[in-house]
Ligand binder design. Structure first.
Ligand code: PEP
Ligand code: MG
Length: 307
């Protein structure tokens, strides 16, 4: 008999049984945003705002930031967009923010930690993000990178709400945050798993070091158990749990993440069609079977259906 053709990506993320999984885009520039909109992204799950700062000799003004963010957000009017506040420091130093030498930069002052000593830097960015959201008519959310504790999440959420931003989340990319996701979800509206950093920190394996690349595998049980814990905490709180690390872009792993309870997947635009069509081939029961925690390795759903 004729083989059934792989279902095509049509801009709505869902499984074979209709279960919805939002498929969103990761962006770093206006060119990325145009490509993501053309590729049928349902919204933006991660807008990395670093681009606005990394090459600047001085801090971009609030007006400059507002214009730069609005140019990126414009194609997503009326759609959900998650803007991440500055994730710099340590290995991504800012020219205008000299920081001390650190023996372990990945464990140093990076992400939200940069803002603890300089809250006015964060407040200016939040004001610019709020204004750009209003300028473009996106359904705006904001989230912070490198959050380790519920107290940090609460500190960020109160500043974001003071800036007039209604939906506030944090990334879960530090193991401590994953382990206490229930406490974090009590003080924010959503979380998004950054599996690139979470994997690095769980396996104590530098994500940029080829010699330990084999350990940097998001399909390992240690990582998937944490993803499952965070998704369960989200379900208990009635709040969304996304994945915006590279794991979300893997068509074999995406159904496993959905089986663990993840509610949205955010990826580079080029990955949307492959993940979107892979999800159409499986139902939720199959995804859940592929994510069973009692197995030494997850059954990769796409590999099994291909076998
Ligand atoms: C991550 O850590 O998974 C993530 C999405 O953030 P970044 O890759 O920008 O560190
Ligand atoms: Mg990260």
């Amino acid at each position: 008999s004729a083989r059934t053709a792989r279902p095509k990506w049509d801009g709505v993320g869902r499984l074979a049984d209709g279960h919805r999984v939002k498929l969103l885009a990761n962006l770093g520039s206006a060119a990325d945003a145009t490509a993501a909109a053309a590729a049928g992204a349902e919204g933006v799950g991660l807008f990395r705002t670093e681009f606005c700062y990394l090459t600047a000799a001085s801090e971009p003004t609030e007006a400059e930031q507002r214009a730069a963010y609005a140019a990126v957000l414009a194609p997503f009017a009326g759609k959900p967009v998650v803007v991440r506040t500055l994730d710099a420091g340590s290995d991504k130093p800012l020219e205008f923010l000299p920081m001390g030498e650190e023996p372990n930069p990945a464990l140093g002052v990076r992400g939200l930690r940069v803002a603890f000593d300089r809250p006015e830097l964060l407040d200016r960015q939040l004001a610019a993000i709020a204004a750009a959201g209003a300028d473009t008519g996106v359904e705006l959310s904001v989230m912070a990178p490198m959050v380790a504790t519920a107290a940090e999440a609460e500190w960020f959420a109160s500043r974001a709400r003071a800036a007039g931003i209604a939906r506030v989340g944090v990334m879960i990319e530090v193991p401590a945050a994953a382990l206490c996701a229930d406490a974090i979800l009590a003080v924010v509206d959503f979380v998004s798993l950054g599996t690139n950093d979470l994997t690095q920190y769980v396996f104590a394996a530098d994500r940029q070091l080829g010699a330990v690349a084999a350990l940097n595998a998001p399909d390992q049980p240690a990582l998937l158990r944490l993803v499952g814990m965070v998704a369960e905490a989200g379900a208990a709180a009635g709040k969304p749990v996304g994945v915006c690390g590279e794991a979300a872009a893997d068509p074999a792993l995406a159904p496993v993440l959905v089986g663990l309870g993840v509610t949205s997947l955010s990826m580079n635009a080029v990955a949307l069609a492959g993940v979107g069509s892979a999800l159409r081939e499986v139902d939720l029961a199959t995804c859940r079977a592929g994510a069973r925690p009692d197995r030494p390795l997850p059954v990769r759903v796409a590999e099994r259906s291909a076998g």
